[in-house]
Write a protein that binds this ligand. Structure first.
Ligand code: MN
Length: 757
């Protein structure tokens, strides 16, 4: 087991698939998660993936699973996939391995019946009980002997077999009857045209009477208005019925990547509960509509498929205890959508209930993590008898043509008891145990994984470092786009920019879309991978992360993000620079020369009235950061200032400084790099660790230290910097608050330049 082959087959910077690491399993795997993808690649096929030893053992099933007992379906064992792949759905880009759309056709929990899955896989027979949305009951995966010559083939032929049990049904073609994703609700052929689908649904809603929407997506906690009902002994003649399932009522909203689950309590307090139900958040993010609001219930289902408040309470406890994966496996949940209130820019509350529900059923699948079904119709006594038989305590009766009752005095709903015997119910308390911050606890995985082989530093050391410097580092990241570069195997392994939202990202992690990078004039036609790496350029639709609390910082550290790159701008004014950087890049030169240049730069800055703040780059050189105040200046202004200062440095020290772009012409001079300033240019943040052998940290310095002559940048690493901060504080902090007179500085600088000529 392992992910080497998975990674070898994929370009981490080009695929949208997760690129995660194996999760250390807690001993042997007796149960776990499973997912079945429908993958329309070169050939359409199903991929059955079951959790074994912290990864997903994967089998390509050309004809898909069958419910027919003893029906044998060929299943080719393929490379193991990372566990995060459970949450994956998307169109794999052209030219990449497996290019084409892939939906999560089913997912759920697998119990291994004959012993630990590790042993079963090795002996070539997995006896499984699947608890999915579509696949339920006993299945087996059995390795075939294979023909002579096949033994050497990497792709092992296995068979997927449905065992005879109550869920077996030879006449039911489950793949044809249930084609929709359990995540997004889309069919595989719809995935590439999600915008079209959403627009069609919104048109449908407007035709049915929806109004232009305002509000609703971000209600204050006191403004959550969900329909209520009153007890009644009967129902209006035109009523339809929803069974009252034991669960937690929520207003679920999605606005782009921001998903909220708001649960009003009986006392009127509203809990934000999204952190307890990450798979529901993931499913809401997967739907075709960018903006939705749903009135629904979060329900936990036991192994026999019955709603259970006890299980839901257990689930909340497990998540609060920092075990979200175990919670998802032992206490799976779904959001049952009872009503659709908003879709795109359409407010559906004035729309008649039956049209609202019809559109909800078109948006959401009947089986899945967020789902909708048509209400029950028929004679009330028969429906109540059905409920009583299944332990459901009653139904909500809703007039079929009524608008949503919380608005404009629509006909109120009524609750009709079924007469099912009362039973004790667990209370699901989201507020117990966890200031909210406790919920944002990040569990560091694979702490002992070696990230810096030379020093023996691990992933745990990285996460501990970022946790310990959080108070000092976070002000430099707050409200600023952060670019993630992940090193899941440490500094010697593959690394990649995380441009997409990682699948399974918690709802509380914030991102923002970055604009297309403007082409930098005069940029060299080809750049080495190393220099490209130091200057990630956002592309259209790429995302930066907003890291403004400890949990988010630890979350990205746990993603194996070693260096933290920031843009010199703030969210809301991405075209305005609030500082610029001059980078003294040593290459073949010496630190002493960089120090000489830094000294001259400081003199120049003093002369024009700008402050400057030096730091080690964390590699070999020095950075000087110059604040520009509150973002009133364009990147062009910032870049011009940096360029003129750079040219003055080169004119004064032509023997040790150069701005020559062509590396071979630089000689043994310090490269004065002013190109780190630009709307698409990111620099290593102060206190960022670098992915270099010595685990050095980009460390802010006082000018005295920087110019002292005995500076040793290698002395600042992830083990020493926390003590340094405790002892000396942070010499760079004024960078964030100073607002120098930039126009005056520009005038003085042009005086200096004119004087020279
Ligand atoms: Mn596939």
């Amino acid at each position: 087991m392992g992910l080497d082959e998975y990674r070898r087959k994929r370009r981490e910077d080009a695929t949208n698939e997760p690129f995660g690491e194996p999760t250390a399993p807690p001993g042997q795997t007796l149960s776990g998660a499973f997912v079945v993808h429908l993958h329309d690649a070169t050939r359409k096929h199903y991929d059955v993936r079951v959790e074994v030893a912290g990864v997903l053992a994967s089998f390509a099933v050309p004809h898909g699973p069958s419910l027919g007992p003893l029906d044998k379906r060929l299943a080719i064992r393929t490379e193991d996939h990372p566990l995060e792949y459970i949450d994956f759905e998307g169109v794999i880009p052209d030219g990449q391995y497996g290019a084409g759309p892939m939906i999560a056709w089913d997912r759920g929990v697998v119990d291994y019946l004959e012993g630990p899955a590790e042993e079963e896989l090795a002996r070539g027979k997995l006896d499984m009980m699947l608890h999915g949305h579509k696949l339920r009951g006993r299945f087996a995966l059995v390795r075939t002997k294979g023909r002579p010559g096949e033994a050497s083939s990497k792709q092992e032929p296995w068979l997927l077999i449905k065992k005879a049990d109550a869920y077996a049904d030879a006449d039911r073609d489950v793949t044809a009857l249930e084609p929709r994703s359990v995540l997004s609700g889309m069919r595989v052929d719809e995935l590439a045209r999600r915008d079209e689908l959403a627009a069609a649904l919104e048109r449908d809603a407007r035709a049915a009477g929806a109004e232009q929407a305002a509000g609703l997506l971000d209600p204050g906690r006191s403004a959550v208005e969900l329909a209520t009902w009153t007890a009644a002994s009967g129902a209006p003649a035109d009523a339809v019925f929803d069974p009252r399932l034991d669960g937690v009522r929520v207003l679920a909203t999605r606005d782009g990547e921001v998903v909220r689950l708001l649960a009003p309590r009986a006392d009127g307090v509203v809990d934000e509960v999204d952190a307890f139900y990450p798979e529901v958040v993931r499913a809401l993010r997967a739907t075709c509509a960018d903006r939705v609001a749903i009135d629904g219930h979060i329900v936990a289902f036991d192994r026999s498929g019955h709603p259970s408040l006890e299980l839901l309470a257990k689930r909340v406890g497990l998540v609060a205890a920092g075990e979200p994966h175990r919670a998802a496996v032992t206490c799976p949940v779904a959001l049952i959508a009872d009503d659709l209130l908003r879709l795109g820019d359409a407010d559906l509350r004035p729309v008649p209930l039956e049209a609202r529900r019809r559109i909800a059923c078109a948006l959401l699948p009947p089986k899945g993590l967020v789902r909708a079904e048509a209400p029950l119709e028929g004679p009330l006594p028969a429906i109540l008898a059905f409920c009583k038989e299944h332990g459901i305590d009653g139904v909500i009766a809703k007039p079929r043509r009524s608008p949503y009752p919380a608005r404009r005095g629509g006909a109120a709903w009524s609750f009709v008891e079924s007469g099912a015997p009362a039973r004790p119910r667990a209370t699901v308390d989201h507020s117990a145990a966890h200031a909210r911050q406790a919920l944002r606890r990040v569990t560091v995985t694979n702490r002992s994984k070696l990230f810096w082989p030379e020093l023996g530093y691990t992933k745990g050391d990285l996460c501990d470092y970022y946790a310990s410097v959080a108070d000092t580092l976070l002000p430099y990241l707050a409200d600023r786009p952060v670019i993630l570069v992940r090193y899941p195997d440490g500094i010697d392994g593959k690394s990649f920019f995380q441009w997409n939202v990682p699948v399974g990202m918690p709802a509380w992690v914030r991102t923002l879309t970055l604009d297309e990078a403007s082409e930098e004039p005069g940029a060299p036609a080809s750049v080495s991978p190393a220099s490209r790496r130091s200057r990630p350029a956002p592309k259209p639709g790429k995302r930066g992360f907003l890291v403004d609390d400890r949990s988010t910082l630890l979350y990205i550290a746990n993603l194996a993000c070693i260096p933290i790159h920031v843009l010199a701008c703030r969210a809301g004014s991405l075209d305005r620079a609030d500082f610029f950087t001059i980078d003294f890049d040593l290459k073949q030169s010496t630190l002493a020369h960089a120090v000489t240049l830094a000294r001259t730069l400081r003199e120049l800055l003093d002369a024009i009235g700008l402050p400057g703040f030096p730091k080690t780059s964390g590699q070999s050189g020095l950075h000087v950061l110059v604040p520009l105040g509150d973002g009133a200046h364009t990147f062009d202004t910032a870049r011009s200032l940096a360029d003129v200062l750079g040219r003055l440095l080169v004119e004064r020290h032509p023997d040790i400084a150069t701005m020559e772009r062509v590396v071979s012409k630089r000689g043994a001079r310090v490269y004065v790099d002013t190109g780190q300033t630009g709307a698409s240019r990111a620099i290593a943040a102060p206190y960022s660790v670098r992915a270099v052998a010595r685990a050095t940290v980009s460390t802010p310095l006082s000018w005295d230290e920087a110019l002292s002559g005995d500076l040793d940048p290698a002395a600042f690493d992830l083990r020493t910097v926390p003590d340094r901060i405790a002892e000396l504080g942070d010499p760079m902090r004024p960078l964030l608050t100073l607002a120098p007179d930039v126009p005056a500085a520009i005038a003085k600088l042009s005086d200096i330049v004119t004087h020279l000529r």
